[in-house]
Design a protein around this ligand. Structure first.
Ligand SMILES: NC(=O)c1ccc[n+]([C@@H]2O[C@H](COP(=O)([O-])OP(=O)(O)OC[C@H]3O[C@@H](n4cnc5c(N)ncnc54)[C@H](OP(=O)(O)O)[C@@H]3O)[C@@H](O)[C@H]2O)c1
Length: 253
């Protein structure tokens, strides 16, 4: 029997790559994000490129809206795997110059969004008898860096929720895994962070010979969810070889 995976933030980057990988692993995949046109295009692409793919179902979702998350839960029905990937960073201001609305937005998406979707799908995950929640946090959720305050705080909180969830679900048939990537070159993450400023958005990747790409993170997710049901992969920290810490990147410039 095919299992169903729900991937939030599936309209680009790591979420889209994860959806492709899970489809290739034989899952039915629910693609969830705000931009429906991109989800439709991805569903079509997976249908055409993954031989024998299961059902690929696009669902419009805003993780900051309870009504939207309720509608997702109603549309999904059965669920074995939930990948909480929707999220991102806004700005690089110091604490002294923090833009509080951006901190609030990061908390709302990366933390409350994760909790909202998890709460809504937890009954189905438990009911499946072999559920799995995978939370995409970040290296920023473990190692602070200057200018990272708001994002660091949100991702540290997401890490905390991930750990609490595993403790609370220990007697339930649900695994909980955190995937914490370092620098990943995705097309939109940095552009969103710097509000569409392409020059600033390119800076983090400047001279970095081989950053991670979205597929590298998708590979980690696919590996974790395809272990035998009694094996819980607690956390995967994954960085490019040329990165030893958020602030310790080898650049060829
Ligand atoms: N790129 C990196 O270096 C990196 C490193 C570590 C961790 N991460 C984390 O990995 C995850 C994915 O990042 P990415 O690099 O793939 O970035 P991305 O390409 O910007 O993707 C972010 C995804 O989240 C979705 N999203 C944002 N707000 C949402 C909301 N309110 N409701 C539903 N979906 C929402 C976006 O879709 P819509 O706009 O269509 O809703 C998009 O699909 C994020 O949690 C990010 O923090 C990224």
């Amino acid at each position: 029997m095919r299992k169903t995976a729900v991937v939030t933030g599936a309209s680009s980057g790591i979420g889209a790559a994860t959806a492709r990988r899970l489809a290739a692993e034989g899952f039915h995949v629910v693609l969830a994000a705000r931009r429906r046109d991109r989800l439709d295009a991805l569903a079509k692409e997976i249908g055409e490129s993954v031989p024998g793919a299961g059902r690929i179902v696009p669902v419009e979702l805003d993780v900051t809206s309870q009504a939207s998350v309720d509608a997702l839960a109603a549309a999904v029905g059965g669920c074995h795997v939930l990948v909480n990937n929707a999220g991102g960073a806004l700005g690089l201001e110091s604490v002294a110059t923090a833009v509080l609305d951006e901190w609030r937005a990061m908390y709302d998406t990366n933390v409350l969004g994760l909790v909202r979707v998890t709460k809504a799908l937890l009954p189905a995950l438990i009911e499946s008898g072999n559920g799995h929640v995978v939370n995409i946090t970040s290296l920023a959720g473990h190692v602070p860096y200057e200018g990272g305050g708001g994002y660091n705080a949100a991702k540290h909180a997401a890490y905390a929720v991930n750990e609490v969830l595993r403790l609370e679900l220990v007697a339930q048939p649900v695994r909980v895994t955190e995937v914490a990537p370092g620098l990943v070159k995705t097309e939109e993450f940095s552009l969103v962070r710097f509000h569409g400023d392409e020059e600033r958005a390119a800076k983090p990747y400047e001279g970095v010979p081989e950053p991670l790409v979205a597929d590298d993170v998708a590979d980690c997710v696919a590996w974790a969810v395809t272990r035998p049901p009694h094996v819980n992969i607690d956390r995967i920290d994954v960085q490019p070889r040329v990165q030893a810490a958020p602030h310790r990147l080898h650049r060829e410039i």
